[in-house]
Design a protein around this ligand. Structure first.
Ligand code: NCD
Length: 347
């Protein structure tokens, strides 16, 4: 199973076998992501990172992952500084960049736009988020995190209860993750959101058709009970239609340590694609959870490196050569990344 030359546009491209191959390669990337080893397998390769929407972790983790494989990146951010501001089409931009790079990662505000980039080039294109559409690599990182947190392999999560909270309508990470988890057997999805922000109906229908249970509720405390995993998301203020005001919604769906301890089963894993919206207090997952061992959000961001390294290695066809160029790393690295981390890095 290899995906050399493939674009990564949607989670629909993945089945359990493909996910397993990706995760096995990602496991092999852990020593590099932990800075114990260095590989130069992509030395000489260049990745184009074209982000036309705000981003911190996706853009930087794609770049860091490519660098950690020994490659280099060229990038452009925002329309204002690209020729798209002069009216250049997606077709032309994609074809032009193809001549400069060996792989491309694109984030764009319109659903389907990254697929248009891919249609214009034979260089592998990875979707870094297309508006309210999909965010396949985030879902793969989320799934990888979830498997490691629960100590399970892909395909063995059957019967799990996954509570998805927040903006399930405009949040592309919730779309991609629920679609990817649909590969499992009989997941119970508890969708906790106000009616205006519930999971799109076609997605709910598709999950049910595949034999999953989908429950929809506005009651946060009730919805969290019995969850194995809670996936909190931010209200996508920038994507809400004009006139839709959702005052107080974020507070109503915010989870803090007291609520967790009161209603969640011990060990319920708390996830979030991030960013937490800290302009509101509390955010979707309150800061008083920062030292809570159940809070997996930073382990989740850390796993963005091995999973994205694995994707690059697979689409560029070097997954089996990574260790051949490796050596030990010698620079200082802490045992844990963050001051509040409860586990060593990348457990
Ligand atoms: C998410 C996104 O951009 O869709 N962030 C991310 O890539 N981790 C989630 C969000 O913006 O709310």
């Amino acid at each position: 199973m290899d995906f050399a030359g493939e674009h990564v546009i949607s989670v629909d491209q993945f089945d359990v076998v493909k996910v397993e191959r990706l995760f096995a390669v990602a496991d092999g990337m852990l020593p590099y992501a932990r800075r114990q080893r260095v590989t130069r397998v992509l030395e000489g390769a260049i990745c184009g990172i074209l982000f036309f929407e705000p981003s911190t972790r996706s853009r930087l983790s794609f770049g860091a992952a490519f660098h950690r494989l020994g490659g280099q990146i060229v990038e452009t951010t925002g329309f204002a500084f690209s020729s798209m501001a002069k009216g250049e089409s997606i077709y032309d931009t994609s074809r032009v960049v193809s001549g400069y790079v060996d792989a491309m990662v694109v984030r764009h505000p319109e659903a389907g736009a990254v697929g248009e980039f891919a249609a214009a080039t034979r260089v592998p294109v990875i979707n870094g988020g297309d508006g309210p559409g999909e965010h396949p690599t985030q879902a793969l990182v989320d799934f990888y995190t979830l498997c490691r947190e629960l100590g399970k392999r892909p395909g063995s999560l059957g019967g799990a209860t996954v509570a998805v909270v927040g903006d399930l309508k405009y949040g592309r990470t919730a779309h991609s993750l629920t679609k990817l988890l649909a590969l499992e057997h009989q997941i119970r999805f508890v969708c906790i959101a106000p009616p205006e922000l519930q999971l799109p109906e076609p997605l709910v229908a598709a999950l049910r058709e595949r034999g999953h249970r989908v429950e929809q509720t506005e009651e946060l405390a009730d919805g969290l009970r019995n969850a194995d995993v809670v996936y909190a998301t931010r209200i996508q203020q920038e994507r809400l239609p004009a006139g839709l005001t959702l005052d107080g919604v974020q507070d109503r769906f915010a989870i803090d340590a007291a609520l967790y301890d009161r209603v969640c089963r011990p060990g319920t894993v708390l996830m979030h694609p991030l960013p937490r919206d800290s302009r509101n207090n509390p955010s979707e997952l309150s800061n008083d959870l920062n030292r809570h061992p159940a809070l997996a959000i930073f382990r989740q961001t850390d796993y963005g490196i091995p999973v994205r390294m694995a994707l690059f290695a697979l689409v560029l066809g070097v997954a089996d050569q990574v260790d051949a160029t490796a050596r030990d790393a010698s620079w200082y690295r802490p045992e844990r990344f963050g001051v509040d981390d409860t586990k060593p890095m990348l457990p």
